[in-house]
Design a binder for this molecule. Structure first.
Ligand code: Z16
Length: 800
């Protein structure tokens, strides 16, 4: 294979192309063009460049009959595309020059793009990073998801409380997608099952069309691009003219109504199962469309014999959400292609794999057999067959299975149907083996493997942190972008004063930029030399934003006691959304905002302590906050956070971590060195034991002066009416399932060590260098190589 030489366009070429698209695609002359018109013209220009590696993929993969990876996910949290595509194509300098020629402001153009927020948090963003790494590594792959018209809701605060508004990213042309009217599949629901001449036929009672919308995802250096194929629902027949004419207008519109709701909105629950019929339909819609597409492509390329499927197809189920893939693949093999059950089962099992992302019981999907039987009657039959086969083959009747108490356990289904099952960090995988899948692990120990998460360094370092990227390029060359282990080359510079000064300056530049944003958006005057302490993630009790805000209150109180003390100035930054029905998480948001309002206007503590909670945390905001952070808050109750991926982004960008031994924090700490990490709190084992002690919360609060003070100030109404947070206070005193009280003093003390460490700027910066230098392991390129070797058994395309 010839090495890939890509001809990069010059600045002049780009500016010509942009003007061409502005006039011919966008239909606007430059003198009338808005920012939006220019952004579209620029996006089409960049998209043109991606088409080359995209076609290379299609030709090579098909002509050479390569094995492909299929990543099935209900969420892809992409964020903005343009900036990332420019970086990956290596066109940043040329584009800057082109924009100079056209006299356009790059930040304004990039900032005009709405986030594609088709995900809740970590799981969706992981899928997006994986798509990018699959392209960077040149692995033939498709991502399959749903083209939600409305992504994750937008968050506002009113009186300090979260208010949700619909997100509307498709209310304007989306320049990155190609609609494929020729790839449309009918998806059935409900109806009844019939057996004719020994062959089972499902007659769905209703159906929709899944239509493909393709977005190319380009990898580093523009060598390869894969497809993210999102399904949009279309009505099977636009409407029933006959019914309409006879006056039954509502009945005539029914098929359209189902189609319009199916891909309308992303469920906003992070790590909780909503259990709604529409959600089950969405899951089946994605899965059934993907499997039809996969089988069609396989038969096009390799003929009708589907026994060879596992040699050419590896399917990854992102959590249990697409776990109906097991029964659906068996159904297609049996009912549509005539295979017997044992053979269908064997083919499906050799093709499917399952990633577990949580141990929280409320997140493990279960569907009542009643609902499953009504929405997917044929699938319920097949689930019963899989369950029966599992119980007989393991010769432990009555033992662990898929059907239990009239419910279908989707975790068990996914496990039993998978060739490999993986956890997402070393600790999490151990806990998967010893807790949720304890019994299944005893039966199939070889199935479970670990693949510690990672993040894409192109987006999360090169694109989002230009000052640091520039310094890295100047110090260790540019190869780190595609080979993050090369960050190791920084280690010798950890003792070089000139380098430490430069690193400090890069961080400060990001902090100044963020401060300007906070001033404009929140009216908050931040001191760029204060310690920027950041906790950004979904609001959830187990993530313990409550611990953070209680510590803030206690600190505020202590500063008041000795206002002339030697305090280390700090800006506490929070960001994150609560699921709309999660009342406790919402009252923590309310509390943080009320505490911020009080503390920020306190002249006594003003120079030492401020709080910022910008609303509507999303991928674009993360790209601004993470590079400006000094301290990364990773303080979940040990054993609850499966991995975390924000933790990795902070480390890579030179923030130090204050954290518990949870998820990937464990591996981060080992790699960066325990002396460069602020550890506190109970271990997963200790936490489980502590929780089992009756009265643990009250006992721990009584022992902690600082915690008592914080709770008392809230109860006194110092931040707002105490009734607003009654449920939070009550739960903390009487139940405290996530052990805020038990870990409080350890956290408070650890924060004081942070204060002291930050005052030694040289040494802090030295630790920051070591964090960056040792973070290479957390590239999603490394993660994907792990999946390739342990799970998928695929190779990059020849020459890549
Ligand atoms: C999610 O974001 C995660 C788990 C889950 O079951 C559902 C959703 Cl929407 C997260 C985990 O909480 C986090 O620890 C992990 O890093 C992330 O998935 C990616 O694995």
């Amino acid at each position: 294979m010839r090495p890939i030489v890509t001809q990069l366009p010059s600045a002049q070429d780009l500016s010509d192309q942009i003007l061409h698209h502005l006039t011919h695609t966008q239909g606007r002359g430059p003198e009338f063009a808005t920012i939006f018109d220019w952004r579209l013209a620029i996006s089409y220009t960049i998209r043109d460049q991606i088409v080359t590696p995209w076609m290379r993929n299609h030709r090579t993969s098909r002509n050479q009959g390569l094995k492909r990876v299929y990543y099935l996910s209900m969420e892809f949290l992409i964020g903005r595309i343009l900036g990332d595509a420019i970086i990956n194509l290596g066109l940043d300098q040329q584009m800057d020059a082109a924009l100079d020629i056209l006299d356009l402001d790059k930040q304004a153009i990039l900032g005009d793009e709405p986030d594609a927020a088709l995900g809740n948090g970590g799981l969706g963003r992981l899928a997006a990073c994986f798509m990018e790494s699959l392209s960077t590594l040149g692995v033939p792959a498709y991502g399959y998801g749903i083209r939600y018209e409305h992504g994750l809701f937008r968050q506002r605060f009113e009186g300090g409380q979260q208010v949700e508004a619909p997100e509307d990213w498709l209310n304007q042309p989306h320049p990155w997608e190609f609609v494929r009217v020729d790839y449309s599949y009918e998806i059935g629901f409900k109806g009844h099952v019939e057996t004719v001449d020994g062959r089972t036929v499902w007659h769905p009672g209703e159906s929709v069309i899944a239509r493909a919308y393709d977005t190319p995802v380009v990898g580093w250096k523009g060598r390869w691009a894969n497809t993210l194929r999102l399904w949009g629902a279309q009505p099977t027949n636009l409407f029933d003219l006959h019914r309409f004419n006879s006056g039954d207008h509502a009945e005539a519109a029914k098929p359209e109504a189902l189609a319009r709701t199916l891909s309308r909105v992303l469920y906003p629950d992070d790590t909780t199962d909503s259990g709604k019929e529409l959600r089950l339909k969405q899951e089946y819609f994605l899965t059934a469309a993907a499997l039809q597409d996969i089988l069609r492509r396989y038969m096009d390329e390799h003929g009708d014999d589907l026994t060879g499927l596992p040699d050419k197809v590896a399917i990854q189920l992102n959590d249990t959400h697409p776990a109906i893939a097991g029964p659906e693949l068996i159904r297609l093999l049996m009912d549509e292609h005539g295979y017997g059950f044992p053979e269908a089962l064997q083919i499906a099992r050799a093709t499917l794999n399952y990633t577990n992302h949580t141990l929280l019981p409320e997140a493990l999907e279960r569907w009542s057999t009643w609902l499953m039987g009504r929405v997917l009657p044929r699938h319920l039959q097949i689930i019963e067959m899989i369950d029966a086969e599992h119980r007989t083959s393991t010769r432990r009747p009555g033992h662990v299975g898929i059907l239990k108490d009239d419910q279908v356990l989707m975790g068990e289904l996914a496990f039993i149907m998978a060739n490999k099952v993986n956890g997402v960090s070393a600790l999490h995988t151990d806990l998967v083996r010893s807790t949720v899948f304890y019994d299944l692990n005893k039966l199939h120990g070889e199935k479970i493997v670990n693949e510690t998460n990672g993040v894409a360094p192109r987006r999360w370092l090169r694109m989002s942190n230009p000052p640091l990227a520039k310094l890295l390029d100047a110090t260790i060359g540019t190869e780190w972008t595609g080979d993050l282990d090369q960050l190791r080359l920084l280690e010798p510079h950890a003792t070089d004063p000139a380098f430490l000064d430069a690193l400090h300056a890069a961080k400060r530049q990001n902090k100044v930029a963020l401060s300007q944003g906070l001033l404009a958006d929140l009216g908050l005057k931040a001191d760029p030399d204060a310690l920027f302490d950041v906790q950004v993630k979904r609001m959830h009790e187990y993530k313990r934003q409550l611990l953070n805000i209680l510590e803030t209150i206690a600190l505020w109180h202590r500063i008041h006691e000795s206002p002339n003390g030697d305090w280390t100035p700090r800006l506490k930054i929070f960001g994150g959304k609560a699921a709309p029905g999660y009342w406790l998480a919402k009252s923590v948001i309310h509390l943080i905002n009320d505490v911020a309002a009080t503390i920020n206007k306190d002249p006594v503590t003003a120079k030492y302590l401020q709080i910022a909670y910008p609303p509507n945390y999303n991928v674009s905001m993360a790209e601004k906050l993470i590079p400006a952070a000094d301290l990364s808050e990773q303080i979940s109750t040990a054993g609850k956070e499966a991995s975390g991926t924000g933790n990795m982004k902070f480390t890579m960008n030179g923030a130090l971590t204050i954290g518990t031994l949870d998820g990937a924090n464990v591996e981060i700490r080992e790699l960066v060195g325990p002396e460069n990490f602020f550890l506190f709190g109970l271990t997963a084992e200790e936490a489980a034991a502590e929780k089992a002690k009756p009265g643990h919360a009250r006992a721990a609060i009584e022992k902690s002066e600082n915690m008592k003070i914080a709770l008392q100030l809230i109860a006194e109404g110092r931040f707002g009416r105490a009734e607003s947070y009654f449920s939070v206070l009550d739960r903390t005193w009487n139940d405290d399932p996530f052990l805020v009280a038990s870990d409080f003093d350890a956290y408070f003390d650890s924060q004081r060590q942070v204060d002291a460490a930050y005052r030694d700027t040289r040494d802090w910066d030295r630790m920051a260098v070591l964090n960056i230098a040792r973070s290479g392991y957390f590239s999603s390129d490394r993660t994907i190589r792990g999946y390739m070797a342990d799970i998928w058994h695929v190779e990059p395309a020849p020459g890549l």
